[in-house]
Design a protein around this ligand. Sequence first.
Ligand code: NAD
Length: 472
Amino acid sequence: MAEQQYNFFESVTKSFDKAARFTKWESGVLDQIKACNAVYRMRFPIRRDDGTIEVIEAYRAQHSHHKTPCKGGIRFSDEVNQDEVMALAALMTFKCAIVNVPFGGAKGGIKVNPHDYSVFELQKITRRYTSELVRKNFIGPGTDVPAPDYGTGEREMAWILDTYMTMHPGEVDAMGCVTGKPVTQGGVRGRKEATGLGVFYGVREVCNTADVMQKIGLPKGVEGKRVIIQGLGNVGYHTAKFFREHGAKVIAIAEFEGAIFNENGLNEDEVFQHRKTNKSILDFPGAKNINNSADALELECDILIPAALENVINASNADRVKAKIIGEAANGPLSPEADEVFIKKGILVIPDMYLNAGGVTVSYFEWLKNLSHVRYGRMEKRFTENLNKHILGQMEELTGKHVNSAEKILIEHGPDEVDLVYSGLEQTMIEATREIMSCWKANDKIRDMRTAAYVVAIDKVGTSYAELGIFP
Ligand code: NAD
């Protein structure tokens, strides 16, 4: 787990500096791209269920305003600190640039372990935090738009929305003040699974790139690949689900209390239900227990997916990792020292600020939906179906042949919201992979995919600064 003195922002800066020398930007511009523009550190009291008063520590960092609004999740964890939110906000800036989402990076954190509070207390904390953000103009559809992250989900986003709307009566675009909301409260279908689905699309695209796979000595494609997942939360669960559904084998899953292993593959939902009932992932039927959870990271596998917290693979354990590919679903799971070990060992690291960008990509779709006030597919679904039916009918008439009914359903189908969201996300991840890969290939001095991804991101943010100029 995270070492005490680990400096996450410094670690992001190190990766940035490594990449910056492959770009054309002068040092002043690079300094501005790197700097975290604004941090709001707050303390506020809440009254607990037992009547006592507790002071809560919380943050919102806005790393960059080269595009607005700023965008980034809100984390509930007792490890939250200023350094962490600044680092996560910086990653958001680069992430948005890589997937062409027109936002600056931000991140919020509340230093609480949600398991230590009742639902009522969590609601009070979330609402008070939101009201503090409103007071300082750190939230709003045009200024800064939070989303779920570690320890938060749809429930908290709905509380944020309600608090914001209460404080901004009549604001027509208020729904766009937060994303990751329940679908019934202006959320978009596909957001909940978006990060995991994006991780899958990203890894699949890399696995379909023949020369990359040849270099690491693996056959093309994800089918049959042995996958290990750390963290069975929102991101880990959905990543496991999409890998399993596409023919990969999730051979181990690690959680706080330990890990389980089954070489024939695990079903993430059965494991999730088992953990819910037994309050532990251990003793899952047919699987072997691994009592020290971190040992699971060192098992033989093709693809290792850390989907929990930062700095879980560092100088102390990187040497023992045996995976061929590491897909960073979490933010910052590898330290810069671990990166160096993997470059030397020829292990391919697919970097966080590209690979877990599915969440912010679909959040962007949700924000656009909120501003347009109409569900995706609502206007064109029936029109598309009628058009497809007509074209198919014409083809059948002209050829004298008939399409079978299963095919007919597929061809005539007009898009639902979830179809459009999935296809928008798939296209985004594929385009981003290709852009990073072509940057990597264009410069033989770049040794890893993370550096190539940073180069792509720095160039886009740098272009913004160059074109917008400096105020005043
Ligand atoms: P989550 O709270 O839903 O799940 C995290 C899971 O990891 C929990 O089940 C927790 O018990 C487990 N965990 C924590 N420490 C662990 C450890 N040392 N070993 C094993 N398991 C451990 O959080 P999430 O939303 O899935 O986020 C996970 C990571 O993905 C974070 O780094 C987050 O910043 C990143 N991320 C999340 C999103 C999103 O849309 N939720 C988007 C981009 C990136």
